[in-house]
Design a protein around this ligand. Sequence first.
Ligand SMILES: O=C[C@H](O)COP(=O)(O)O
Length: 329
Amino acid sequence: MDMTDTAQTAHLPQVTEPRNPGMALDLDWVHGAQANRSAIERRAATLPGRRSVKKEYQAAWLLKAISCIDLTTLAGDDTANRVRRLCAKARQPVHVDLLEALGVGGLTVGAVCVYHDMIAPAVDALEGSGIPVAAVSTGFPAGLSPFHLRVAEIGESVKAGAKEIDIVISRRHVLEGDWQALYDEMKTFREACGAAHVKAILATGELGTLRNVARASLVCMMAGADFIKTSTGKEAVNATLPVSLVMIRAIRDYHERTGYRIGYKPAGGISKAKDALTYLALIKEELGDRWLRPDLFRFGASSLLGDIERQLEHHVTGAYSAGYRHAIA
Ligand SMILES: O=C[C@H](O)COP(=O)(O)O
């Protein structure tokens, strides 16, 4: 596969997609969705390693990866100061000397992702940058608080300035095969978001089967999700390549049938630059170049940026620096 052409378009302006309006729940389509685990795992196993791109092309792909990061902090001990440091990193994700050496300007991450209480400092620290604040919501990560409170939480986060809302679905609706309940829940969440874009976190590590992942992906898109996202980062198993393959093929099907492009966000445990390159190659091969922009692709990651910056430093200087030199927040 040739990733070079795409790498050279890394900094073209963002293209705006018509927003997915959703559709009626189509149970025939949902029940017809299957996932052949061994075929999916075989395909996923071909991706790491053989797709490696070198030198300036690798640097260009890593810069593209940065532009697609939802730079995240979701810890119980988050403070306004930590969030301000994270936002400073979001505005200037790579040291200015490295960017100058690479001939790049105006690079930022895709968004900053925080809990509700951290929206205000994030909005304040990102003012004028054009970087949106994403808030995790609906009783993240388990999603087991009273339904009306989960809906109200979305409204509060939108009011506080979040432009993107990462909701968690009720896993039990998937495990019990209650697709109508999942659809109704997702539709209500989407409505509560208003103009804010909604990412549906499936928590795939808790859905039991890849077939459930395929079906839940479809139902969330039918109910109006703007993005589907793998994980909260808090499950025992978070983003994986097989799960990603299933979700992005569901996105491809949805696009083929409805004409709407839904975004994809793998999240949780993606911390190495080489893993980011594998994900970008997967998206390019399965969905095409259009999806390789921050309006349709994000990494949910708290530490990936540090490793990417380290690799870029190696590209520019020929030497690796210690990881602590690339602290995130
Ligand atoms: O949505 C983002 C995840 O919570 C981040 O997970 P991570 O800390 O494993 O990168």
